[in-house]
Design a protein around this ligand. Structure first.
Ligand code: MLT
Ligand code: MN
Ligand code: ZN
Length: 298
């Protein structure tokens, strides 16, 4: 299985258009301390020809340009290498890019029934796209593995429930946020992708322990970090912070999984500065701060 980090930043990217935090200013200055990053999405493929996007960010146009395997396949005037999209949640940074794929002819969208319902009610992506590409919407079951067209097997598992800011109902939350475990039966390679993690709990812990690679929520360094621009803490926003005794770095440090990478990193997170102590601490634990363009095989 080939894996490409298309975008490693959280919503807003790095730099974020309306932000003058230290990281955003450093990214604008192109000093190399903080690399620019696009919004959260990865691509996976069993054969390198047919690709599945895991989340589709509003930066998908740029991300496709930067990764030649996602271009139209050679030999035809039009065509697409993107066979489908798998959504972990309904957040805008993970779904707004679907509208930018409307010129496609056919692809599948996999999501939980709740994510599909929220998207239909609040940003009618499905009826809009039905008039263009007409993608097939396929249920991402929390009980059974899902076989993607190219042979990869996806297992969706619940992480801490979280309701997006644009949803004003607080009833049923099953399937609001999932992690994905993706197996390539041909190689045995297993990836866990969990860009939104509100609590370090089962089944994530066991899934990650038996994976070959884990791409994990690295949104905020500390719980108070988002209070500098909003009214909610990291945990209230559905993101376990990286640092601290209960943070994700302490857990990842002990995890036997060979490749451990932070993704969905917010522009305020100090670990983005490659000359800073936070970056050094993370990397000294064998954990990577994900970058756009990271590509590997399992
Ligand atoms: C999140 O990851 O917490 C959301 O994407 C925040 C947002 O609305 O951008
Ligand atoms: Mn997000
Ligand atoms: Zn910023």
């Amino acid at each position: 299985m080939r894996i490409r980090i298309l975008g490693s930043a959280a919503g807003g990217g790095v730099p974020q258009w309306n932000c003058r935090c230290r990281n955003c200013e450093a990214a604008r200055a192109e000093s190399g301390d903080v690399r620019p990053r696009t919004q959260s999405s990865i691509a996976v493929s069993a054969d390198g020809q047919s690709w599945f996007l895991l989340n589709v960010s509003p930066d998908i146009h740029r991300q496709i340009l930067a990764f030649p395997p996602l271009r139209p396949p050679p030999g035809r005037d039009r065509g697409q290498s993107i066979a489908g999209c798998v959504l972990t949640d309904a957040e805008l940074d993970h779904t707004a890019g679907l509208l930018l794929l409307r010129e496609g002819t056919s692809f599948s969208i996999y999501s939980t029934p709740l994510v599909r319902r929220w998207l239909n009610r609040h940003l009618p992506i499905e009826p809009l796209l039905a008039k263009f590409a007409g993608p097939r919407w396929i249920e991402l079951s929390l009980d059974d593995p899902c076989h993607l067209r190219d042979g990869l097997i996806v297992r969706a598992f619940e992480v801490e429930p979280h309701v997006p800011r644009f949803v004003d109902e607080a009833s049923e939350c099953r399937g609001s946020v999932v992690g994905l475990s993706i197996l390539d039966p041909a190689t045995g390679g297993k990836l866990v992708y969990a860009p939104c993690v509100g609590a370090l709990a089962e089944p994530l812990l066991a899934m990650a322990a038996e994976a070959d690679a884990v791409l994990l929520d690295g949104t905020f360094w500390s719980n108070d970090e988002p209070l500098q621009f909003g009214g909610r803490t990291a945990l209230e926003m559905g993101h376990v912070p990286v640092s601290g005794p209960d943070g994700s770095l302490a857990w990842l440090t002990e995890l036997p999984t060979k490749r451990r990478v932070y993704v969905h990193i917010n522009n305020t997170n100090p670990m983005l500065n490659e000359r800073g102590p936070e970056y050094r601490l993370v990397t000294s634990r064998g954990v990577s701060v994900g970058q756009d363009g990271n590509t590997f095989e399992l």
